[in-house]
Design a protein around this ligand. Structure first.
Ligand code: C2E
Ligand code: CA
Ligand code: CA
Length: 668
């Protein structure tokens, strides 16, 4: 088959670039410089795929695609788009006029992949069309299977006969559809789309079969055998297709609002890496099972793709009600999960959308729920997000910030501040935590709480993390050369850096190059990361420890630590999270918890640092509890390297004889 592609763009340079990209491909390429010209070409040439720019004068790409869909429903459309036009693109994606979109600047490989998929999509459409026409043209009984025997098409006559007599032209149902029990054929004729679980007699396996109405007037049905991996072999878990179908039906059948919820497992990539695909799939099955058991009674749950699930339920819910439902459903994940001899922590990013405000058809509603789930991760703390129309606009702002971040390194916009950790009770500086800052060209200083999650998502955390390690090691060397008092320098490591195989070597090289004492370097790793997969963490921590560096657990108390594990982890320090310190002297639980953490750590021979100490009262309580080191605004905010040097030269930061009077050290 000749594969003919039509490229549409008003900019000649873009057309040339696209043509060049496709020169050595198997496609015959035609070009048009406007929407109208493209439509003219389509009237005379058989084209399989149209690739169009969105922004064009007169007729925009999305308008063109809508026209093409009406005139030539088989032609597959791809849009090239910048983020500014994303709203228009989402609209045409949702109404099916466009198969996919590529963001500009597109990459050669992505373009070729996308075209290949588009051609396959075109072929699939042809097959379905052929089936439709074929079935429509036959008034006598007819059953057909597709090439790989996964889908069976039946016309109405066949259904009737099968149901009546159990045979067609003398051939028994059991022979034609060995996987179906005769009574299950009722589903065929009732026109209901259903999932059935049936016994495959040939190899005694359980199969899942989906019965779908292809055309309501002519009553044609398809029976599709779903492969196991489609659904993790869990009967009640719907496939993506099925979920969309069911949701659409619900939306069409009544005016009751429908809430669609999207769940995306955090950092599943990591489980794939550490468990291998087969086990990771089993983990997904376990997750699906727990979700199914905990879901609201009336909700349908499906797997949207790899590690993404979605569910929907009829009714309008407030944010609080959605959260309440979710809390119940996700309750089993608040503890570590026993899996294949490991203990894992599975967390989700969750977003939801409600009809009719956030979308009126299944595709749109789920897409918007997905968009909000993606946003949930970016904010960091917020876990459940409802779709808002301005989300796509936020997206574009987010994207521009993201592309600025790409340049932050070469533009030299990153710098590090240092915050002292003061040892108690002598008031000397025992350590410093390096805290990264980004001085954006126009937006001023951006908090790491904003850009670190972003960098983790797009992979920039690796070069940025490397830069922090290099910059702080070099600074430490300078301080050592100046013969300032010794202290331990702590650097934060993100989960993604820790998964990078080259990390150990780089840390070890930096220590060598700067002739540092490894024991003067501490790496801070968050508790949430460590507790995700404890046996994996153990391996990693042991390898880091072998370099001689110190290790600290950051944000301690916020994660899912089972205290039993703490003993096994080769860490030197626990950092009590600021949220507990904040409540010292305010509520009793915080006090008891902090007390317990400190005692327990000391029993295990570990040091304790309290973060975010702001008041004298907090300091006094912590000193009473024998907390080893204090970090927080009470002594000093994070300061520049020069100011930190001054702090080093002016120790101790507080004189303890007068500690009950107010002699707070005020930063220069
Ligand atoms: P973190 O590791 O928990 O760092 C402690 C945060 O608490 C810092 O926020 C610090 O400025 C702030 N802080 C310290 N004392 C007080 C206090 O008394 N009161 C209050 N309200 N805040 C206090 P910062 O610098 O905004 O950093 C936020 C987070 O960004 C850090 O949390 C860390 O997770 C991440 N981060 C910062 N630098 C790096 C880095 O170089 N690499 C990585 N991977 N993450 C970093
Ligand atoms: Ca930290
Ligand atoms: Ca912390």
């Amino acid at each position: 088959m000749l594969k003919r592609i039509l490229l549409v763009d008003d900019e000649a340079a873009m057309l040339t670039a696209l043509q060049r990209a496709l020169r050595s491909s198997e496609y015959e390429v035609m070009v048009a410089s406007s929407g109208q010209e493209a439509l003219d070409i389509l009237t005379v040439s058989e084209i399989q795929v149209v690739v169009s720019d969105v922004r064009m004068p007169e007729m925009t790409g999305d308008e063109l695609m809508t026209q093409i869909k009406n005139l030539y429903p088989d032609v597959v459309g791809i849009l090239l788009t910048g983020y500014a036009e994303l709203n228009a693109v989402i609209r045409v994606l949702n109404n099916g006029a466009v198969f996919r979109f590529l963001e500009k600047p597109w990459e050669q490989a992505a373009l070729i992949d996308c075209l290949q998929d588009a051609v396959v999509h075109w072929q699939e459409r042809q097959q379905v069309n052929d089936q439709h026409t074929y079935l429509e043209n036959h008034t006598h009984a007819l059953l057909e299977t597709d090439a790989d025997n996964r889908t069976i098409y039946a016309n109405q006559k066949a259904c009737e006969l099968l149901q009546l007599s159990g045979e067609i032209d003398g051939v028994a149902v059991t022979e034609l559809l060995p996987m179906l029990r005769p009574e299950q054929l009722q589903y065929l004729c009732s026109g209901e789309a259903r999932q059935l679980e049936v016994q495959d007699r040939a190899n005694e396996q359980m199969l899942r079969v989906s019965v779908r109405e292809l055309h309501s007037q002519r009553r044609m049905f398809s029976i599709e055998q779903l492969y196991e991996q489609d659904t993790l072999a869990i009967p009640e878990l719907l496939s993506r297709q099925e979920l969309l179908y069911q949701l659409d039906r619900l939306l069409r059948s009544s005016d009751i609002p429908v809430t669609a919820i999207y769940l995306d497992i955090n950092g599943f990539r990591r489980f794939n890496d550490s468990l291998g695909y087969q086990q990771a799939d089993q983990l997904l099955a376990l997750v699906a099972d727990k979700l199914l058991k905990g879901r609201p009674e009336s909700a349908c749950l499906g797997r949207m793709s790899g590690d993404e699930f979605a569910l929907f339920l009829a009714g309008e819910f407030s944010m609080a009600q959605v959260c309440e439902q979710l809390e119940r459903m996700l309750e089993p994940f608040s503890n570590l999960i026993d899996f294949a001899g490991r203990e894992l922590h599975v967390a989700f990013r969750v977003g939801y959308a409600q009809s009719p405000d956030d979308g009126t058809d299944a595709g749109e509603l789920l897409r918007n729920a997905q968009v909000s789930a993606n946003t949930a991760s970016r904010g960091g703390r917020r876990n459940v997000v409802r779709y808002q129309n301005q989300m796509n606009a936020n997206d574009s702002e987010f994207v521009s910030l993201q592309s600025d971040l790409y340049r932050s390194l070469e533009r030299d916009q990153l710098f590090v501040l240092y915050q002292p950790k003061v040892s108690m009770p002598d008031g000397r500086i025992a350590g410093a935590e390096a805290l990264l800052r980004w001085e954006h060209g126009t937006k001023g200083i951006i908090s790491p709480a904003v850009f670190i999650p972003m960098a983790e998502e797009n992979g920039l955390i690796e070069p940025i993390g490397d830069w922090v390690l290099a910059a702080t090691s070099a600074q430490k060397r300078i301080w050592e050369a100046q013969q300032l008092p010794d202290f331990v320098l702590s650097v934060n490591l993100s989960g993604r850096q820790l998964e990078d195989d080259g990390l150990l070597q780089r840390v070890s090289d930096l220590i060598q190059q700067n002739s540092l004492h490894a024991s003067q370097i501490e790496l801070e790793i968050t508790e949430t990361f460590l507790m995700q997969d404890i046996s994996h963490s153990l391996e990693l921590l042991r390898a880091l420890k072998a370099l001689g560096v110190r290790l600290a657990i950051d944000d301690f108390g916020t994660g899912y630590s089972s205290l039993n594990y703490l003993n096994q982890l080769p860490v030197d320090t626990l950092k009590i999270d600021r949220s507990f310190v904040m409540n010292l002297g305010i509520n009793r639980e915080a006090f008891e918890l902090v007390k317990k953490i400190i005692h327990m750590s000391h029993d295990m021979g570990k040091q304790v640092v309290a973060e975010g100490v702001e008041t004298r009262e907090q300091l006094d309580i912590l000193t009473d509890l024998k907390c080893d080191e204090i970090q927080g605004f009470f002594f000093s905010p994070p300061v520049s390297a020069d100011n930190f040097r001054e702090l080093l030269e002016n120790q101790p930061l507080i004189s303890l004889e007068t500690s009950s009077q107010q002699d707070i050290w005020v930063p220069a």
